[in-house]
Design a protein around this ligand. Structure first.
Ligand SMILES: [Ca+2]
Ligand SMILES: [Ca+2]
Length: 385
């Protein structure tokens, strides 16, 4: 007799779990200075990969082949002068498959940060003329342009801006509320054109403050993410000469949060040039810090990652992140607001016969698989070995 099983919904929501060790395989390769990758909601086997000079390609994950023509090409508008300038981030609208709308964050040839909304008709190409500039502000120096852009679980668009650059945040942008520099912004882009400021943003009623500001006191947020299950916020904030840090904010909290820069580098007063000081009242301390150096738990420039929600049991529930210059890949669990159970995955997460060189970003698929973007060209998928 054939028995008919009804699969409970709760079971369908549970990820299949693999018990092998994490490893990597090449998902696609041959990119020039890739800095970001991502996948719109509702898809499984396509990954969008961004090159810093101003192009975005679509990769077929089943074959590893990239699209013949770029999904987006704005090279003529993108600055390639500074090492940290360029096309840096992209956010698909939650309804991208229907609306075709997406948002990019880049530094233009006049060294301004620009947030532009594009619209694709067929989801394979973009007419640059469809672009609508939402935000445009001058970058005082070539470094620390941030570049992260992502929709939050609340449907708002979040944008991560560095302090503008140079060293020691010389004009004190990060602690000033009258500039977009050194901030996380939060805007509502659900209208047909432009954007609006959500009325529950923390500084909408404060004189001389930019109402778009959601949080401040960041130096160069190089890759933030929202946990796809809980909505918690994670940030890698690049330090100066001594400490790198990871910050965490519980979902639904963090309005008006001060992450401490330039007074704080990691968990200490900024050591250089007399700019350090006590933690401002109520400031958010990092959940994890590491020292500058070439050792196995050290580095020079953090690359924030994701809370792993994919199928590999050894990584589930762990925040996976890396260092760009000392290419180590690590993870930890959050326990009572602090990092615990730290693990170094660098030896496991290496391609056969090769080595990951410069981890510019991580990417996440809709089933929680993680990808590692190597600035030297390849995109790797974390798999079980
Ligand atoms: Ca800058
Ligand atoms: Ca901080």
């Amino acid at each position: 007799m054939i028995k008919k099983f009804v699969i409970p919904l709760a079971f369908l929501a549970t990820m299949p779990t693999s018990h092998g060790k994490p490893g990597v395989e090449i998902a696609a390769t041959g990119f020039e200075r890739p800095v970001w990758a991502g996948m719109p909601s509702g898809l499984k086997e396509k990954l969008w990969v961004m090159e810093q000079a101003g192009q975005v390609w679509i990769v077929d994950l089943k074959t590893g082949e990239r699209s013949k023509t770029p999904f987006l090409d704005i090279r003529k508008d993108v600055s390639r002068v500074g090492n940290e300038e360029g096309l840096l981030g992209l956010a698909f609208a939650p309804d991208f498959l229907k609306s075709g709308r997406y948002y990019v964050n880049f530094t233009n040839k006049e060294h301004h940060t620009r947030i532009i909304r594009f619209k694709t008709g067929d989801q394979t190409t973009t007419d640059p003329a469809s672009g609508e500039t939402l935000i445009d502000f001058k970058q005082p120096y070539q470094n620390h342009n941030g570049g992260w852009i992502c929709f939050g679980p609340d449907g708002m668009l979040y944008i991560g801006n560095g302090d503008g650059g140079s060293a020691n945040d010389p004009e004190q942008h990060s602690q000033s509320l009258d500039t977009f520099l050194g901030k996380i912004l939060r805007i509502d882009v659900s209208g047909d054109t432009g954007y609006t400021v959500p009325p529950d943003n923390p500084f909408v009623k404060k004189a001389d403050a930019k109402p778009e500001i959601w949080a401040y006191g960041v130096r160069n947020p190089w890759r933030c993410s929202f946990d796809r299950i809980t909505g918690d916020f994670w940030m890698g904030d690049v330090g100066q000469n001594a400490w790198e840090e990871i910050d965490f904010m519980q979902a639904g909290k963090g309005a008006g949060a001060n992450y401490g820069w330039r007074l704080r580098e990691g968990a200490v007063p900024t050591p250089a040039n007399g700019v350090g000081g006590e933690s401002p009242a109520g400031a958010i301390e990092p959940v994890y810090v590491y020292k500058h150096g070439g050792g196995n738990t050290e580095g020079f420039s953090v690359t924030g990652g994701y809370l792993y929600r994919g199928p590999i049991k050894a990584l589930q529930g762990r925040y996976v992140f890396a260092d760009f210059q000392n290419p180590r890949i690590w993870s930890f669990r959050l326990n009572d607001g602090k990092a615990a159970d730290f693990a170094d995955h660098t030896a496991d997460l290496q391609p056969d016969g090769g080595k990951i060189k410069f981890i510019s970003s991580f990417a996440e698929s809709n089933n929680g698989d993680l990808f590692i973007i190597d600035h030297s060209g390849p995109v790797y998928r974390i798999v079980e070995k």
